[in-house]
Design a protein around this ligand. Structure first.
Ligand SMILES: [Zn+2]
Length: 169
């Protein structure tokens, strides 16, 4: 499956997750979450910018609630697949691997159904196919394999994903 098709399917599959009123794990009593929630309130899953995602040391993503993660995930996938540079000039694709490294058992992914987990696996597989050299250079190959192992429990491949997609048409 090509990159743009994968991105289109991601927005379709996650479309049911409306933007939550509150986007962070904690309420305003947590100063970090208060600020990150304000940032996320200014965006939606189509408009979340690489500036709003911020640096490796200051980013709303690790503070997102499960509902916010499900809402914003297609945008994170899009930025990773398009090999966008983050605000520090590093590849967002590597940060995507970091954010999903915990696998589907992670608290932030508890709203994901099989169709959503398949997509994470599809994105990681595509990163491996298209950006292997970059990921190797960044020193993230082992983590990518770990993430693939955790998300690929069902053994679903992007081609199987494409077949499933055409079944539903
Ligand atoms: Zn917090």
């Amino acid at each position: 499956m090509d990159r743009d098709t994968l991105i289109r399917i991601a927005y379709e599959r996650f479309a049911g997750f409306a933007k939550p009123v509150r986007c962070t794990l904690h309420d305003d009593d947590c100063p970090d979450c208060r600020e990150h929630n304000q940032t996320l309130c200014l965006a939606d899953h189509r408009s979340l910018s690489i500036e709003q995602i911020g640096s490796t040391s200051w980013s709303p993503i690790p503070h997102m609630s499960p509902a916010a993660m499900a809402h914003f995930m297609p945008r994170l996938m899009e930025l990773a697949l398009k090999n966008t540079a983050d605000v520090d000039g590093g590849p967002f694709a590597v940060r995507f691997i970091h954010f999903v490294l915990e696998g589907p058992a992670g608290n932030q992914f508890q709203l994901f159904a099989e169709a959503h987990r398949d997509l994470v696996f599809g994105v990681l597989t595509t990163l491996k196919e298209k950006m292997a050299d970059l990921i190797e250079t960044e020193g993230w190959r082992a983590e990518l394999e770990t993430a693939l192992g955790r998300w690929g429990l069902a053994g679903v491949t992007p081609s199987a994903l494409a077949a499933k997609e055409s079944e539903t048409k």
